[in-house]
Design a protein around this ligand. Structure first.
Ligand code: GZL
Length: 325
């Protein structure tokens, strides 16, 4: 039976059961769903938390989640999506490592009537019908929250900033950079003097920060802005090895709110982080289940909040998060 007919039948059955007060869960008789998840990799603590939480969310909903780790390579994600289509999965989740080059493979999924949901990053496409919905933060807002905090923290003193960017070519990196730059444009004394990709990893973040310290001079850096906490944790190590006192001599602000940045804050080594919800799989699964039940498409963006966290709550946040991530 054609997938569209199946969907319509399931939706009608769901509505019928709901009207008979049977409500909730999958329409009776529907086999357990299988979702293929093309995951970027395990480059950061946030990413591994997203994967772990997605597995838990699928188990809790009786959904089979098949996860493919692309080792941060788009060609591996494209291969994984093709395999999922060949297997005839019920839906595909995609965390797109970069923003372009997805139209052809997503069209193959669409032609097979397999809905695609984007997780945590967006794609650039002229055909938004190629994906059902996306779950992500407003990445420019994340950068703006970070920039606004830094402007408030430094006041009128001259503040040369070094920036650790995430993966080159991803939409979120361009957005986090733009949001931050627009926020600090309000303060002529706050200027980015060096910017480079640390690839969202601790090791590369440390290496790039070592280069910044050599290039600019350890006493000429007022603040570090990192597009994720993992690169900041690497940068903190580099600053300590250069005899600097991160969190004191050099202000730090980054994004994700993973447990280890709260540990660094509690130790006085970091100053601020902007939270990114890693439980995106659960939101995507609920949107998928609702769509299958009603046949009504969700909005194109299910946006997660971008809350600023500071050292005053760091110890409590670390205690709360350390077993969740
Ligand atoms: C953001 C997500 C980023 C995280 C990083 O939505 O794609 O990728 O901020 C992760 O930690 O590597």
């Amino acid at each position: 039976m054609n997938r569209r007919v199946k969907l319509a039948a399931a939706a009608a059955l769901g509505l019928m059961l709901a009207s008979c007060g049977e409500g909730g869960g999958k329409p009776a008789g529907e086999a357990a769903l299988t979702v293929g998840f093309s995951q970027i990799g395990s480059e950061s603590g946030w990413r591994t938390a997203e994967t772990r939480m997605a597995q838990k969310a699928a188990e809790a909903r009786g959904v089979t989640l098949k996860i493919d780790d692309a080792q941060q390579r788009q060609e591996n994600q494209i291969k994984a999506i093709r395999n999922f289509v060949a297997q005839g999965v019920d839906a595909i989740f995609l965390a797109p490592v970069v923003s372009t080059g997805w139209d052809d493979v997503l069209r193959e999924a669409k032609d097979a009537d397999i809905p695609v949901i984007l997780l945590d990053r967006q794609i650039q496409t002229r055909e938004p019908e190629l994906f059902l919905t996306s779950v992500s933060a407003d990445n420019a807002k994340e950068g703006a929250v970070a920039g606004d905090w830094l402007v408030g923290a430094v006041g009128t003193k001259a503040c040369p900033v070094v920036e650790l960017q995430g993966t080159v070519g991803s939409t979120l990196v361009a957005d986090r950079k733009r949001g931050f730059e627009q926020a600090i444009a309000k303060a002529p004394n706050v200027k980015i003097v060096r910017t480079q990709s640390g690839e969202f990893t601790r090791a590369k973040g440390k290496e790039v920060m070592e280069g910044f310290i050599k290039a600019v001079g350890p006493r000429n850096i007022c603040a570090v802005y990192a597009h994720n906490d993992d690169m900041m944790i690497g940068a903190i190590q580099a600053m300590k090895e250069a005899g600097l006192d991160p969190g004191q001599d050099v202000l730090t602000v980054s994004i994700d709110a993973v447990p280890d940045i709260f540990k660094a804050m509690a130790d006085g080594d970091a100053n601020a982080t902007v939270e990114l919800d890693p439980d995106m799989g659960a939101k995507a699964l609920d949107a998928l289940l609702a769509y299958r039940k009603t046949g009504q498409a969700p909005p194109k963006l299910i946006q997660t909040p971008s809350t600023l966290f500071l050292p005053d709550t760091a110890a409590a946040e670390y205690a709360r998060r350390k077993d969740l991530y």
